[in-house]
Design a protein around this ligand. Structure first.
Ligand code: GCU
Length: 852
């Protein structure tokens, strides 16, 4: 019998991988500064001076210098000597434009960079090369230095550097949703790097390393605590503590920000009100802000979540977001701080029975009428879409609804609704389709990116915010490839015109090196990943279709319906989708400027990828004739896209495997394990969503795949010894709606006699990996053990269902008619060694060979 376990593949890879590739733990992110090939070193060295001259002594410029020394030593094996005034043999010169001009009076900078921008220029003086990094200010010097190091990492020519770069907008922030007890809301990579046990961690080394990563892509602000803010955040003791985080950030030009709760004056200040217009409350905020600035002179500002999801807010006193925002902004103003007020304000007790109720309308309804009334250091922070970071949403109409207000876009790098850093989903293309969307405000070109940059409506402030949620995991985000989202966010915030391809390729080069096959393969994986995730989750604008009442991870389609959260699909046996038209629906579409509203209002022009967000149609409604929809019905498209998406997830495994030996062992094994997991979980998604649509619509899959699994043996249909069948909720998250479980302390088995024609097969066991236990599974063919594994994934969920369903595959097993397959499960603590089904498919290796 020939057999080969998946874990065996990963282990084999460890042994076979080239020894020249040192294992890497991912802690360096994209700032690895890996040693270049000898030829590249030789080519670069001829243009690289031996000394670095620093014209500015600010901590940020000194960071730039140490970074240049570190990077060059690591990549090229050369020491860059620091000199006060370099000798006449050339130098890398770091300073502001004014300082560089003073040093080289004949140098003509040409076009000046904007605030935080830089010039990179190679000049000759007395026959020697000087590489100038001339920043508009110290941050510009640092960003220019990082850019130079990136060029070196990519082996670019240094002889004729001539770049002028400026950031697109002043606000380029990350938000962490860290709680002071050390947990992170929607964090998927360990505990907080900032907080523990109600206070700031004693050791903040990771905070400094994080700021360095952020600075390397131009991010200049970080709000470190949850938007659902701990009310103690403004206590004198806490301010003293968070000032230590600001100390770590400062050398990297990253300013600290905090989320605050507007009820603080009452709850922690002891006042009898937090009415923003009450003079006592105004005075309380001024004092609180003054105290923050006394401890943190370069404090960036506050983020506010109010009247949202149970948080207190000005509505309690009949006041508006403008009233609350302006009071805080006025306290911040004398110190140069800003106030980011989140537009994520909605009623989560909406009336599901009201056909006109629509959560998507909330932000525009509340904020549009306040346009022009916010102070000039207020920025209204708008989530990319009107709901909540779903796999696809239209751009929020509010972007076009506040022409007299500063606005920023909020995107979510932490993959709350997009696979929680266990699925590979490169979000840059998703963010770009919102940023690039032309809202046609005032019937002219107003792409979202230009609105948030402040260009469209000539606003002084604006920008980009990403919820990032890195954690203490060594590699920051759990999935090594998830770091591309953090990197890419910085690149887009600096210049939203940068293409997804450029970002994917640059990140890959920095993260895995310049090998062409690695760069091509990893960037292809990244670029395919969002569309395929959308394919196997919620296509056609339905939202992710995850369990919105649970962890937002696995499938849970109907969790969206019949409750106050307002993520309704409005599905019945005849049709599906929210009618948001002006003509017959909630009127949401009327919040867009007229030209765009007309596109969405008409079924003829509404893009199919947003169809069910905007319209309610029959399952048999035909999509557009053009590719890729080709006039398919809604329900058949759902079936097909789910099969396509799951196949795409399986392909990611093969693509990654083609890099065996070209990527260091540690990260190779980590990514492989995650991609294999994703491929299995994509099947869970595929089957759950398809079965649900099948049942709801009553329409069969034209290709006969849905709910028809000839190669599958349901666990409950096997001969059970000790195992008992249980119903799984929701039903669609287990095959046949059932699983089998074993009692604690027992050992149970499920046996089946096989009648497969002799041949090679892949045997997949679908089981549930709960958090609170590590069950052991053994699979026997006759008396021979062919697989043994433990349910030891780091999933944090505890119920049988779509969040925990996991697949273990044993490949290339030789079967004969009459063979007996026996699965033995041994529970551990609260995990009852649960099993859903076993699937026996012709071996992929054979299928692949036949296709060749
Ligand atoms: C989502 C998320 C919450 C978060 C909220 C917000 O609803 O699930 O955890 O608090 O967004 O952005 O405020």
């Amino acid at each position: 019998m020939l057999m080969f376990s998946l874990r065996g593949v990963a282990f084999g890879a460890l042994v076979l991988a080239s020894t020249s590739l040192l294992a890497e733990d991912g802690s360096a992110g994209w700032l690895r500064y890996a040693r270049l090939e000898q030829s590249a070193i030789a080519a670069l060295s001829k243009d690289l001076p031996a000394e670095v001259e620093t014209l500015d002594t600010s901590p940020v410029v000194l960071s730039a210098r140490s970074e240049a020394q570190k990077g060059i030593s690591s990549m090229l094996g050369r020491t860059l000597q620091a000199a006060e005034v370099a000798d006449a043999n050339g130098a890398l010169v770091l300073g502001t434009v004014a300082e560089v001009q003073q040093r080289f009076p004949s140098w003509k900078p040409g076009a000046a960079p904007q605030a935080e921008g830089y010039i990179l220029r190679t000049i000759k003086s007395h026959g020697h090369s000087y590489i100038l990094v001339a920043g508009a200010d110290p941050n510009g010097v640092l960003y220019g230095t990082f850019r130079l190091l990136e060029k070196i990492a990519e082996g670019q020519d240094l002889a004729r550097l001539n770049d002028v770069e400026s950031p697109a907008a002043p606000i380029r922030w990350v938000d962490q949703w860290d709680n002071s007890n050390g947990t992170i809301e929607r964090g998927y990579s360990g505990r907080s790097i900032f907080f523990d046990n109600g206070t700031v961690r004693p050791d903040l080394a990771r905070a400094g390393e994080y700021a360095r990563l952020l600075a390397s892509v131009g991010i200049n602000g970080a709000d470190v605590n949850n938007v659902n803010a701990d009310l103690k955040m403004l206590s004198p003791e806490m301010i003293k503590q968070v000032a230590r985080i600001a100390d770590q950030f400062r050398p990297w030009g990253v300013r600290l920000a905090l989320s605050v709760d507007v009820s603080s004056p009452k709850v922690v200040g002891g006042l009898d009100t937090f009415d923003p217009l009450d003079p006592k409350v105004i005075a309380w905020w001024q004092k609180a802000v003054d105290d923050v600035y006394a401890a943190i002179p370069d404090f960036a500002g506050f983020t506010v979540k109010a009247d949202s999801e149970g948080r207190a807010g000005p509505a309690q006193y009949g006041r508006t977001p403008m009233d609350a925002a302006n009071v805080l902004a006025r306290a911040l103003k004398p110190h140069g701080g800003v106030l980011l007020y989140r537009a994520f304000v909605y009623n989560h007790h909406a009336d599901w029975k009201d056909p006109k109720a629509d959560r998507a309308r909330a932000a525009y309804n509340i904020f549009h009428s306040l346009d022009g009334k916010f102070d000039d250091n207020v920025i209204v922070q708008i989530k990319n879409g009107p709901i909540d970071f779903q796999v696809r949403e239209p751009a929020s109409p509010l972007f076009a609804g506040l022409p007299k207000t500063n606005v920023s876009i909020e995107v979510q790098a932490t993959q709350e609704y997009t696979g929680q850093q266990r699925h590979l989903v490169f979000l840059i293309p998703m963010w770009k389709q919102v940023l690039d969307l032309d809202m046609r405000a005032e019937n002219r070109s107003t792409p979202v990116k230009e609105i948030v940059e402040g260009k469209s409506f000539h606003r002084p402030l604006g920008g980009f915010v990403a919820v990032a949620n890195v954690g203490l995991d060594t590699n920051w985000l759990h999935h090594p490839l998830a770091m591309a989202n953090l990197y890419g966010f910085g690149r887009l915030a600096w210049n939203p015109d940068t293409s997804s391809e450029t970002i994917a390729r640059d990140w890959t080069r920095l993260t895995f090196g310049n090998n062409a096959k690695v760069v091509d393969t990893v960037s292809a994986m990244l670029l395919s990943s969002w569309p395929l995730y959308e394919d196997y989750t919620g296509p056609l604008g339905l939202g992710t279709l995850t369990n919105i009442l649970g962890p937002h991870y696995g499938p849970g389609i109907e969790s969206a319906e019949r409750n106050g959260w307002g993520q309704w699909l409005r599905a019945d046996h005849d049709g599906i989708g929210m009618d948001r038209t002006v003509a017959t629906g909630t009127g949401y579409i009327g919040q867009y400027p007229p030209e765009l509203a007309a596109v969405y209002e008409s079924l003829k022009t509404c893009p199919d990828e947003l169809l069910l967000f905007m319209h309610h149609v029959a399952y048999t409604y035909k999509l557009h004739d053009a590719s890729p929809y080709n006039g398919e019905t809604v329900v058949q498209w759902v079936y097909d896209s789910h099969y396509k998406g799951a196949a795409g997830a399986a392909k990611l495994v093969e693509q990654w495997k083609s890099l065996d030996g070209l990527v260091d062992q540690e990260r190779y094994a980590q990514v492989l394990a995650l991609q294999e997991y994703q491929a299995g979980h994509a099947i869970v998604w595929r089957d759950a969503v398809n079965s649900w649509f099948h049942k709801m619509s009553g329409v069969d899959d034209a290709q006969g795949r849905v709910d028809h699994f000839p190669n599958r043996i349901e666990a409950e249909a096997m001969t059970l010894d000790g195992y008992t069948p249980v119903d799984v909720t929701p039903w669609e998250t287990a095959s046949g709606g059932k699983a089998v479980v074993c009692k604690e302390g027992a050992t149970c088995s499920a046996t089946a006699e096989l009648q497969r024609p002799a041949g090679l097969y892949d045997i997949a066991v679908q089981y549930f990996d709960l958090h609170d236990g590590v069950s052991t599974y053994k699979l026997y063919l006759g008396s021979k053990l062919i697989g043994e594994w433990k349910a030891d994934n780091t999933l944090i969920f505890n119920a049988l269902g779509g969040d925990t369903s996991t697949r273990y595959t044993i490949r290339d097993v030789m079967l004969h008619p009459g063979d007996t397959l026996k699965l033995v499960g041994q529970p551990d603590r609260d995990e009852p060694a649960p099993v859903d089904y076993i699937e026996i498919d012709p071996a992929q290796s054979k299928v692949a060979a036949a296709q060749r």
